[in-house]
Design a protein around this ligand. Structure first.
Ligand SMILES: *[C@@H]1O[C@H](CO)[C@@H](O)[C@H](O)[C@H]1NC(C)=O
Ligand SMILES: *[C@@H]1O[C@H](CO)[C@@H](O)[C@H](O)[C@H]1NC(C)=O
Length: 512
């Protein structure tokens, strides 16, 4: 366990992770400094590996209007449409981490975590989304959390945007409006100015694919607007540009003094071809390009820009629909060059795998229809509480290998991975999930030679699983949502994970 005050341990960990970054100015070279040394054996984590847990502001904080916080699009959606959330659940109080963050840090300590991935609520810092009002109470909250983490030898890994857009920015259209990139840059500047002395790992966006789904459907994600195949692509376009601008802002104004890293987190299932037919193999690859490539190709590929298969299919479908323009916007060649290479690491959230085959699906227009891929569940793998989550550990290794082959040289941080159930304290299935997935990740590192540098389990706490409410549980720690004190209780999985995190190895039995 990392004991209180052992900041030198954190510094040592950081130094190993960070290497020598001085003088590494260009996007192409400095990411190589995040390469970890090879581990001694297949079941060991490399020296400097980050091991911890993850959460997100709206899912845990509560305090939805406390001390000057502004309204965000999830507050608005659930207040106007309680029926969108299972049992009418919302994030008004959630785990009350706004008041109980010290208990969260204690939970991380008991887990022997050396990293905590959390997100900052934009509207808690900038209630209007803009810098006309900077909410001191919001800055104080995150300063206290960050300081307490560091005192306990736990490194902050901070997500700037985990889906909770200030409502004031939705009034002007939200992410489909390109001006949102300007607002995001100014928000990021406030974060770098206030926290960048202590935060060395930044994630601009968590799961843009989920963010943009709020502009393509009703009742699933805020702001719940049904413009599929149009609004989601416009939102994606703004998000990619906003990410790149924040990356450049950091390089130009903060990197030299703060010495940190900026990346983005994309989510992906592993899409396995349903059969070995060329058609299915191509369908699975198309699914990956529409799911991950839409964001990763502009940022991480050598060529930049949207994946060619997306460009071609959306352009063709748009023309066939009689439209005068493609529904997928275009980057100028200057923008392609500006966006390419704007990440120090590849953050990935992964839970499960699906089978893919070619076929007509989705409404016209929609991203699903443009992709032309039908995905379905495997027959014979264990099912978690979430309908979309089956336990298929080998898919994790395949996904990590695909990312590393498709976007070579970028260090990978697994920013989410976890299992949902109905809340048992004896959560053997969760323990089995984590150990089997960690074993596959270690094979991807130690056997396949990929540079994965960190892992944050989803989630530290039971929390608001968005529209699934509090019924579905992902936590290592149980939270009693019927008790106003929201007590946290370690589940059995904490014991196994704490042992793995302390020893920096997975017992060899999990490889047999
Ligand atoms: C496809 O081929 C691979 C390699 O030969 C094999 O391992 C796999 O089981 C095959 N998949 C299907 C669905 O037949
Ligand atoms: C654990 O997983 C197995 C296999 O999917 C399932 O049958 C069982 O119900 C799960 N146990 C709990 C407590 O969820």
């Amino acid at each position: 366990m990392l004991s209180k005050g052992v900041v030198s341990l954190l510094t040592a960990c950081l130094a190993l992770v960070a290497g020598s970054t001085l003088g590494a100015a260009t996007a192409g070279t400095h990411r190589r400094h995040l390469r970890l040394p090879r581990a001694g054996a297949v079941n060991q984590f490399p020296d400097g590996f980050m091991l911890g847990a993850a959460t997100a502001s709206y899912q845990i904080e509560g305090g939805w209007d406390a001390d000057g916080k502004g309204e965000n699009i999830w507050d608005r959606m659930f207040h106007e449409h309680p029926e969108y959330g299972t049992n009418g659940d919302n994030g008004d109080v959630a785990c009350d981490s706004y008041h109980k963050y010290a208990e969260d840090v204690q939970a991380l300590k008991n887990l022997n975590a050396n990293v905590y991935r959390f997100s900052i609520s934009w509207a808690r810092i900038l209630p209007n989304g803009d810098t006309d009002v900077i909410n001191q109470a919001g800055l104080d909250y995150y300063n206290s959390l960050i300081d307490l983490l560091l005192e306990n030898g736990i490194q902050p890994l901070v997500t700037m945007y985990h889906w909770d857009l200030p409502q004031s920015l939705q009034y002007i259209g939200g992410w489909p409006n390109p001006i949102l990139a300007d607002y995001f840059v100014e928000y990021a500047r406030v974060l770098f100015e206030n926290f960048g002395d202590r935060v060395k790992f930044w994630i601009t966006f968590n799961e843009p694919a989920a963010v943009v789904s709020g502009y393509a459907s009703v009742g699933r994600a805020a702001p719940s607007l049904p413009a599929p195949g149009i609004g989601d692509y416009l939102a994606a376009h703004t998000i990619i540009k906003a990410h790149a601008r924040v990356y450049h802002l950091y390089q130009e104004q903060y990197k030299a003094s703060q010495q940190g890293y900026v990346g983005i987190t994309l989510n992906s299932a592993w899409n396995e071809p349903a059969t070995n037919s060329t058609e299915d193999i191509e369908a699975a690859e198309r699914a990956r390009q529409f799911e991950v490539g839409i964001y990763a190709h502009p940022i991480f590929s050598e060529e930049g820009d949207y994946p060619p298969v997306m460009r071609q299919r959306v352009d063709a479908n748009s023309a066939a629909e009689g439209r005068p323009r493609s529904r997928l916007p275009s980057f100028t060649s200057e923008e392609v060059a500006y966006i390419r290479g704007t990440s120090d690491f590849f953050g990935v959230n992964h839970y499960s795998s699906v089978l893919s085959t070619s076929g007509e699906t989705g409404t016209i227009p929609s991203k699903e229809h443009d992709a032309g891929v039908i995905s379905y569940s495997f027959d014979s793998y264990p099912q978690a509480a979430s309908s979309w989550l089956q336990v298929i550990p080998w898919g994790f290794r395949k996904l990590l290998n695909w990312i590393a082959a498709e976007y070579p040289e970028y260090p990978i941080i697994v920013t989410e991975n976890g299992y949902s159930d109905w809340g048992e304290l004896d959560d053997k299935n969760r323990t089995d999930y984590y150990t089997s997935y960690l074993a596959e990740m270690l094979k991807a590192i130690n056997t396949d030679g990929n540079n994965v540098i960190g892992y944050t389990a989803w989630s530290l706490l039971d929390n608001l699983e968005w529209t699934d409410g509090f019924a579905i549980k992902f936590g290592l720690y149980q939270v009693d949502f019927n008790d106003p004190e929201r007590p946290r209780t370690a589940k059995d999985s904490v014991q196994t994970m704490a042992q793995i995190y302390a020893s920096k190895e997975l017992p060899i039995e999990y490889f047999e």
